[in-house]
Design a protein around this ligand. Sequence first.
Ligand code: Q46
Ligand code: ZN
Length: 305
Amino acid sequence: MKCTRCGGVAVIQMRQHRLQLCEQDFIEWFTAMTRRTVDEFRMFTVTDPVLVAVSGGKDSLGLWDVLLRLGYEAEGVYIHLGIDEGLAYSDRSLEMCRAFVAQHQPQARLHVVDLGQQYGQTIPQLARTKTRGRGKACALCGLVKRHIMNRVARERGVAAIATGHNLDDEVAVLMQNTLHWQTGYLARQAPVLEEQDGLARKVKPLVRFYERETAAYTLIRGIDYIYDECPFARGSTTNRYKEVLNELERHSPGTKQQFYLQFLRARESGRIAFGEAERVRLQPCRRCGQPTTAGDLCAFCRLWE
Ligand code: Q46
Ligand code: ZN
């Protein structure tokens, strides 16, 4: 397999782009494409400080690396969720983030929030005490991460929180939301979520890449990341949607990309529109001051009651 650009040995084939590239051309292509996405969706500029939500996985560490290489002011934040389950999952993920920081001196700076130490309970403990069983761990975890990220973003005064969501993640959620006609979620599914009433701006600079491309980038760049999935993610609905979409992609390359990008274009051009009814109204939580739809106390504060 020959590199489309230089004729050297290609290491990756991207059928949806009709491209196959060698290591060096792939890194250049990936970097330029990230830059293009950041610019096209007006995510941030080189002078805007950005907070990268890192998990120790390939997407978030790859994102942090590419942003630093592009000269952005990107600092990382890691939330230690206390997930062990016999795998020391959170401890090992944090080690990966620390190794990344050591490898990216002097630019990379990491903030660590330890849920168990700072708030008194880890995700598995909360899941045991607040929901009967494991089923809801992810719902709780999502709530906790959103709250803490938002708090850190406000304290740091950053222009945006950047997450490593790739196209596979986005398209799986899009399919799920479409099949259930979750119009409120569909209205808010976007590469950029603007700041609203104290809710920090959120951006996803890797939305154009398939998961295998972010994995390839991180591997070629020599960044160590945690290969295991979070033990609570096993058998998740999102993973099932990803399997179905990959099967479709195998038969017609480009299906995932089209489904997602055409959705964005249709909304942008007004061919799909969501009404005022889908707008969420936020007010500050009485205890922590963070924005909430829930009324008096936000869901995070109620969790610790
Ligand atoms: S970390 Fe948390 Fe994920 Fe683990 S408990 Fe679920 S939400 S799967 S991205
Ligand atoms: Zn609160």
